[in-house]
Write a protein that binds this ligand. Sequence first.
Ligand SMILES: Cc1cc2nc3c(=O)[nH]c(=O)nc-3n(C[C@H](O)[C@H](O)[C@H](O)COP(=O)(O)O)c2cc1C
Length: 152
Amino acid sequence: MSGNLDICVATMTGTALMVAEDIADFCRDNDVIANIIEMENLTVENFIELKGPILITSSTYGQGDVPDNGQDFYKKLEEISPNLSHIKFTVFGLGDMTYRDTFAYGGKKFFQLLSDLKAELIGAPYYHDASDGSLPEEEAVNWFKENIINLL
Ligand SMILES: Cc1cc2nc3c(=O)[nH]c(=O)nc-3n(C[C@H](O)[C@H](O)[C@H](O)COP(=O)(O)O)c2cc1C
């Protein structure tokens, strides 16, 4: 297998970045070149030009908000509303069911926005619940291995 993957990360305390790094390591072991982009460094112009399929890893803060480092990108993407029909994507969202009414809304907001902009989903998103004590990076790599890597 060979291919590329761009992983765009929105995180507050680094867990979503750790998830991205573990998925990138798994990719490297399977001949996929993975490139991690932290969202504070991502413009809408750059995003539109990304070549690979895209994985968004995003946690959730505040009251169901996208983390701070993803706020500008999210708002600009919503404002500019480009057609993303050339982009293939999926989402790994991080959340906590203790926040029942806004569970994993950060990742869910990205999923909804990209879907509205006509990006093509390449595999069902996964939303990790931190309240069950499972490790997000382990669940992420398993999900990616079972469901996503073969679709790249
Ligand atoms: C102040 C605060 C607010 C949070 N709000 C939500 C929320 O509304 N919904 C949710 O599902 N998780 C919420 N979480 C849980 C985080 O999204 C979760 O712990 C995640 O794994 C953190 O990932 P990060 O280190 O990448 O930011 C919140 C956590 C904190 C500390």
